[in-house]
Design a protein around this ligand. Structure first.
Ligand code: NAP
Length: 314
């Protein structure tokens, strides 16, 4: 059985030792993305592919006639044409548990960076040395007592809620399905999306990407948010109308945004890159050693359980 790994990932050499002895593995030698024709060539005879950030469509699947499993290196699978995979009997697996903490922690980091203006403060020290301290130097706000509105109350959204609780924030959520059991155990309240947007001091997005959620936050939704509100997006860039967001931030109709994902990723709206009230990170929600090593192990285990079900104890 042939396995192709489309980028080098942390912990790979150790994880590869756990593969069945008859596994024939090809690993792309670098961390940079393969061009489409190189990717097609690399996977054409593979039975399993560890997909690290690549787009995988019907054409690529047809060019790989032995393909049985696409093991996605992440939880979101909007980079893979799921209907095309299902039609060809190709299993698609993801990593629902390995990324929860690192992504939730970055949501809190971006929130803190926005509310305490950390990038501006850092820049200030570098450009004013020695700096002159005043009582209102880089004014911020406490999170304590503020309301966080979590959109998408799955694994990451619920983890953010636990972290926000430790900051003594009030927590409300909106999700496709109301979760009364979680409401009962955590005391977190449900609001529909317009109410959440009107009431939250911070809106934190944790829903999947794709057509269903495209521009869930557009100009009308941004207009519902309070002028002092902050938007944090660690979901997918497509969830937010980036042009409308840039306009709202420029006009000051919302206060700040912390963004890890972008509508036309890897390109970023250039207006966003010039505004001081935006904190930008290059899709690093899962870029911690702990998450990465767990992801590498998990992604290879997902291939093994499909290609060698007897080895995986199934
Ligand atoms: P999850 O456990 O599946 O949670 C997603 C939640 O969103 C679920 O509660 C879900 O449905 C809800 N939802 C789905 N569609 C919705 C819609 N149209 N409107 C409202 N709510 C909707 O997934 P997760 O592990 O928390 O991950 C969430 C997303 O985060 C991933 O899909 C991925 O795109 C993104 N992510 C980004 C990074 C990064 O590096 N920035 C890292 C990891 C994940 P129900 O309400 O029905 O339960």
């Amino acid at each position: 059985m042939k396995i192709a790994v489309t980028k080098r990932v942390p912990g790979l050499d150790e994880a590869l030792k756990e593969l069945p002895t008859d596994a024939d593995v090809w690993v792309h030698s670098s961390e940079t993305a393969l061009e489409r024709d190189e990717l097609a060539e690399a996977v054409h005879d593979a039975h399993g592919v560890l997909v690290v950030g690549d787009r995988f469509d019907a054409e690529l699947m047809d060019a790989s006639p032995h393909l049985k499993v696409l093991s996605n290196y992440g939880v979101g699978v909007d980079n893979i044409d799921l209907d095309a995979a299902a039609a060809r009997g190709i299993a698609v697996t993801n990593l629902p548990h390995e990324v929860t903490y690192s992504t939730a922690e970055l949501a809190m980091a971006l929130l803190l960076a926005c509310v305490r203006r950390i990038p501006e403060a850092d820049q200030f020290v570098r450009t004013h040395n020695p700096f002159s301290w005043t009582p209102t130097i880089i004014m911020g706000d406490n999170l304590q007592g503020k309301t966080i509105g979590i959109v998408g109350f799955g694994r990451i959204g619920q983890r953010v809620a636990k972290m926000a609780k430790a900051f003594d924030m009030r927590i409300v959520y909106y999700s496709r399905t109301r979760k009364r059991d979680v409401e009962e155990t955590t005391g977190v309240g449900y609001l529909d999306l317009p109410d959440l947007l009107r009431r939250a001091d911070v809106v934190s997005l944790h829903i999947p990407g794709g057509e269903d959620t495209k521009h869930l936050i557009g100009a009308p939704e941004l207009a519902m948010m309070a002028p002092n509100a902050i938007l944090v997006n660690l979901a997918r860039g497509t969830v937010v109308d980036e042009e409308a967001l840039a306009d709202a931030l420029e006009a000051g109709s919302i206060r700040a945004a912390g963004l890890d994902v972008f509508e036309n990723e890897p390109a970023v709206n250039t207006k966003l890159t010039t505004l001081p009230n935006v904190v930008l990170t290059p899709h690093i929600g899962t870029t911690t050693w702990q998450a990465r090593e767990a992801m590498t192990k998990g992604a290879l285990a997902n291939i093994v359980s499909t290609l060698w079900p007897e080895e995986a104890g199934q």
